[in-house]
Design a binder for this molecule. Structure first.
Ligand code: SF4
Length: 384
């Protein structure tokens, strides 16, 4: 019978990152901490009409299941504002009300029990005159804010001054609004300076990071359809997060919001800012491949997508790099001659026909997950 080695898959307690986190002040969005030493959180936004309370709560439940930490809902009308109390109460994760144009809805959102309110100083009428009142209401209710500056809705005076929404213009808007809140002794806010161009966006956040210790919400606004938006966001967030800048992120995609969360989590995991979970190391395939690597990798990914433990699975097309990569992974297959050599932690445990590779990898992964130590990772959990 094949020998099955004991497995220790615990991740290092402090995984290596590319730079220390920038020192930001810590705020709370409901029960989620943002900034300071809090893990970088992942946000998304519902796409349902907020007035459709059931559909919105259903989407929030899906986002929660996908790993979203904080959800934002749009509040374009009085009816939407009136839906907030139930949504805020029933959501499993903190709800941020997203307010444009109407200052009255800021107060309604605070009264509704939302965890936080996003305000856009560029399009809320006479916003600067209302800062004191907003700061007081938020402070009294223990609600935090986001000053959400956006290239598409910058104050007209700054557009006139800079000619277009440059990084400098976005930062000037944000720093000015932050100073107004701080004059009212209100400090529980984070800032975003979003632009659809990753270059401008990165410049703006770098500048902003130098100007104060505010927690920063990263976003490339209107990043586009899933493929383009994923690349743009991963590029821009990757640069900033690798420099230690960024306390919470939202990937904006023209795609279902749960996709945004998947991308956001994957970006954080790639930089060791979140515990890595399932990681498939698969080769791109080439003329030497002796199995259909794409299908194999896809089927293994699909079969293991519910694993919530850090596990690296190598799916390799031939014996050139196959055994080496398979040995480095927790679990792997090196294929050749219609067969797959199955490795667990560097040892070949069995050789199976090609038709049994996927099934065998899934079985072994589940076995390994069930044996994982609880110390570094919390209780191992396999959702099936
Ligand atoms: S592992 Fe083999 S099949 Fe895959 S890319 Fe490398 S050489 Fe090609």
């Amino acid at each position: 019978m094949a020998h099955v080695p004991a497995v220790n898959l615990g991740m290092p307690k402090v995984p290596e990152t590319l730079a220390p986190r920038r020192k930001s002040r810590k705020i709370k969005v409901g029960n989620v901490e943002v900034g300071g030493d809090a893990p970088v959180s992942v946000q998304s936004m519902t796409t349902t009409p907020t007035t459709d309370i059931n559909a919105t709560l259903q989407q929030i439940a899906e986002l929660t299941a996908s790993g979203c930490d904080i959800v934002r809902v749009a509040v374009p009308s009085r009816d939407d504002a009136e839906a907030l109390p139930i949504i805020a109460k029933k959501s499993q994760i903190p709800v941020i009300a997203d307010i444009h144009f109407q200052p009255a809805y800021v107060f309604k959102a605070i009264d509704a029990g939302c965890a936080a309110v996003r305000v856009n100083p560029g399009n809320i009428r006479k916003f600067d005159d209302k800062v004191g009142e907003i700061a007081k209401a938020a402070k009294d209710a223990g609600v935090s804010l986001r000053i959400g500056v956006n290239a598409g809705s910058l104050e007209p005076s700054l557009l006139q001054k800079y000619g277009k929404p440059t990084a400098e213009a976005l930062v000037e808007s944000a720093v000015w609004e932050a100073s107004l809140f701080e004059e009212h002794d209100f400090h529980d806010f984070k800032i975003s300076v979003k632009h659809n161009d990753p270059i401008v966006m990165v410049k703006a956040y770098r500048m902003l990071a130098e100007r104060g210790d505010w927690p920063l919400h990263l976003g490339v606004t209107e990043a586009g359809p899933a493929f383009q938006g994923t690349i743009k966001s991963a590029t821009a967030f990757g640069i900033l997060l690798a420099e230690g800048i960024g306390d919470t992120i939202r990937v904006s995609l023209s795609a279902p919001p749960a996709e945004e969360v998947k991308v956001g989590l994957q970006i954080l995991q790639s930089l060791n800012l979140r515990e890595r979970r399932l990681e498939i190391v698969s080769c791109p395939s080439c003329g030497r491949a002796q199995v259909d690597v794409y299908t194999l990798a896809e089927n293994v990914t699909e079969g293991l997508k519910h694993l919530t433990v850090p596990i690296r699975v190598a799916v390799m097309g031939c014996v050139v790099n196959g055994p080496g990569e398979a040995r480095e992974a927790d679990l792997g297959v090196a294929s050749g001659n219609g067969k797959g050599q199955i490795f667990v932690k560097g040892e070949v445990i069995k050789t199976v026909p090609e038709s049994e590779i996927v099934e065998t990898l899934i079985q072994e992964a589940n076995r390994i997950a069930a044996e994982m130590p609880t110390s570094a990772t919390g209780t191992p959990e396999v959702i099936v």
